[in-house]
Design a binder for this molecule. Structure first.
Ligand code: ADP
Length: 175
């Protein structure tokens, strides 16, 4: 295998996830899947009210799991809704946050998705420290991509320049 073949498929960006034209974006949702603040609110506003109608039919999602809907007015085929843990500083938080990334990636592949973007799940209202969450996001994605050839692009998109720099710095370890 070519050197860096996994991390040739990983990209870090700063910006708004609702502007990305990819096969799928991931939403940091809550268990009701009925919308909320932060990135969830931005995605629902941009996708339009049909998204909420589809989410109502799903009937919720457990922490660490993921559900898929159409993208509606967003320039993506799919939105993958995952529910991050509320940070308490336990090993269980790590496990659940890792599951968010893993289950989202699995669901993406199952739906023939070749490109996907993640926000910093749990790092807003749910209080997960960004540096810790960044390691879990990237380590979990790396392990997944090692054994998967169908996903061509995984984007981590951060709202703030500080958050973007944390991801950039950690990613350098791998290249
Ligand atoms: P959680 O409840 O999982 O903590 P939040 O939406 O509160 O989710 O925050 C998750 C992360 O998403 C935060 O780092 C926040 O800065 C970021 N964020 C908020 N809006 C957007 C957006 N439109 N695009 C990308 N990231 C966003």
């Amino acid at each position: 295998m070519m050197k860096n073949a996994v991390f040739d498929r990983v990209e870090v960006m700063q910006g708004d996830i609702t502007t990305l034209k990819l096969d799928a974006i991931v939403n940091a949702a809550n268990r009701s899947l009925l919308g909320g603040g932060g990135v969830d609110g931005a995605i629902h506003r941009a996708a339009g009210p049909e998204l909420l109608s589809e989410c109502r039919k799903i009937g919720g999602c457990s922490t660490g799991m993921a559900k898929i809907t159409k993208g509606y007015n967003l320039p993506v085929k799919y939105i993958i809704h995952t529910v991050g843990p509320v940070y308490r500083g336990t090993d269980e938080d790590r496990r659940l946050l890792s599951h968010c990334y893993l289950n989202s990636l699995k669901l993406a592949v199952k739906n023939h998705t070749m490109s996907i973007a993640f926000p910093a799940i749990s790092c807003g209202a749910y209080g997960y420290p960004l540096k810790k969450a960044c390691r879990i996001a990237i380590d979990t994605t790396y392990d997944f991509l090692k054994n998967n050839r169908t996903l061509k692009k995984v984007v981590f998109i951060l709202f703030s320049a500080d958050d973007y720099n944390v991801y950039k710095k950690y990613l350098k370890i791998f290249v």
